[in-house]
Design a binder for this molecule. Structure first.
Ligand SMILES: [Zn+2]
Length: 463
């Protein structure tokens, strides 16, 4: 990260500390010093530290987004590491996991090193790279997963594409086991989704658009679960979106298989009806598509029960040119980092559908567990060469989804009552592609602290 030097001590006073990993939900002070959480308790002395008054606000472990497209290298007009990580900071995220489908893709150790080096120079939050499963994301030959794991890849994925070949997936899972890393799959049977642009259902019929059946996702999820059973490898289902997927996950979990899943705020809060209601707004075009109300219902239940353990945004910024075309030709994706928290609070927490502690767990400890960031582990396989180290003075770890004393001082403060209207023109992301523009949302992040450095305050990115 570009944050250098020793951060000033900071006392975050009197907030509602929600740290599910430690079972904490109570009014407390949090003292950050030397880049780590130094004390947690009541009536802590400022002792020369700057003070942030957090009464009435939530103080939570730095949010972790395990599915982000930063577009660098190769598509910097859509996003780059500087703009994407500033968008993350604005959205309350202190760690982002960067997908490998850049141009060229991250499919060998030198590319992993290059992402870490660029991040060391320009990122304002922690960036953890994902390595491709197959060379060139072509779905044929396995990439050098061992080298990439050693260089610091935290997981493997061809995301953007499914791993269509079952034998390739089987081998990937076997290697993944060896390195202890999950294989993240974008589950979609390609033959069922050719030229399709939205969910196959009532609204695709009404609108006359080609639909993707839920079965296209579920066939692949079922296959991956079977391959997890066969190999013992760890499968992580990216952006789960259908009721059938939830049923399959529930079965896998009951069986004790090493299968985890994430869901996006988009799929938790919006339905395919929005394509109709916005009259073919291409900002509603996303892959997997916005699904039916019954799917959204099932996803919410799965999130609450822990069948789905993580919320990830699948932040997919695009240029206006990619979206300002007919629905059939528009690119898939939503710029989501800066609206995730307020959307989730507005749609799920304030109406009482998800408890605050559960929501925060799925944004912190959940993804940390899936990525193996806990237990003080260094996410980077080993210390990279000087100059390329994603290391901040006094803090060589990411926050790992908890405010444990001694852990990296990654903290997010959320004002649950703050109301603001989404204005894509004010995004830090270069991608303004959101269907939420003009929507009034309640519950925004107001402070983002990365390794003790304040990188966002009151919505303004300072780094
Ligand atoms: Zn995907």
């Amino acid at each position: 990260m570009k944050l250098r030097g020793k951060p000033e001590p900071l006392l975050i006073r009197g907030g509602r500390v929600i740290d599910p990993a430690q079972g904490i939900d109570a009014e407390m002070d949090v003292l950050l010093a030397d880049g780590v959480v130094s004390q947690l308790g009541h009536g802590l002395e400022a002792d020369g530290a700057r003070v942030f008054e957090a009464r009435g606000l939530w103080v939570v472990p730095g949010l972790i987004d395990m599915h982000v497209h930063l577009r660098e290298p190769g598509e910097e007009w859509k996003e780059d590491i500087a703009s994407g990580t500033r968008a993350a900071a604005a959205g309350g995220f202190t760690t982002v996991v960067a997908m490998a489908n850049t141009r060229p893709p991250v499919d060998d150790a030198s590319m992993v090193n290059s992402i870490l080096a660029r991040a060391a120079e320009k990122a304002v939050v922690h960036v953890l790279p994902v390595g491709a499963v197959t060379r060139g994301l072509e779905g044929k030959e396995l990439a050098e997963m061992g080298d990439m794991a050693e260089a610091g890849a935290v997981a493997f994925s061809d995301d953007g594409h499914p791993i269509a070949d079952a034998e390739v997936m089987r081998c990937a899972l076997e290697y993944g086991c060896v390195f202890g890393k999950p294989i993240i799959d974008h589950c979609q049977e390609p033959s069922l989704t050719r030229d399709a642009v939205m969910h196959l259902g009532y609204w695709s019929t009404v609108l006359g658009l080609r639909g993707m059946p839920a079965a296209a996702e579920e066939i692949m999820v079922a296959r991956d679960i079977m391959l997890a059973r066969l190999t013992g490898g760890r499968v992580h289902i990216a952006h789960a979106s259908t009721r059938g997927t939830v049923d399959l996950l529930r079965g896998a979990r009951a069986e004790g298989l090493p299968v985890t899943a994430e869901v996006t705020p988009t799929h938790l809060c919006l339905t395919d009806r929005l394509v109709h209601d916005t009259w073919y707004d291409t900002n509603t075009k996303v892959n997997p598509p916005l699904r039916a109300a019954e799917d959204v219902e099932a996803l919410r239940r799965a999130l609450a029960e822990g069948v789905i353990e993580a919320i990830a945004t699948d932040h997919a910024p695009h240029h206006l040119d990619d979206k300002d075309v007919e629905y059939n030709y528009a690119a898939f994706g939503i710029s989501a980092l800066e609206t995730a928290v307020p959307l989730l609070l507005t749609e799920l927490v304030h109406p009482g559908l998800i408890a605050p502690g559960t929501l925060i767990e799925r944004l912190t400890a959940g993804p940390a567990r899936i990525l193996g960031l806990g237990a003080g582990s260094l996410p980077v396989g080993r210390q990279p060469a000087a100059g390329s180290a994603p290391v901040v003075a006094g803090c060589r770890r990411v926050g790992a989804g908890s405010l444990r004393v001694g852990g990296c001082a990654d903290v997010t403060v959320i004002d649950p009552g703050l109301e603001r209207t989404v204005d894509p023109e004010r995004f830090y992301s270069k991608g303004r592609n959101t269907p939420l523009g003009g929507r009034k949302l309640r519950g925004w992040p107001v402070l983002t602290v990365v390794a003790g450095h304040v990188v966002m305050r009151d919505g303004e990115v300072l780094a």
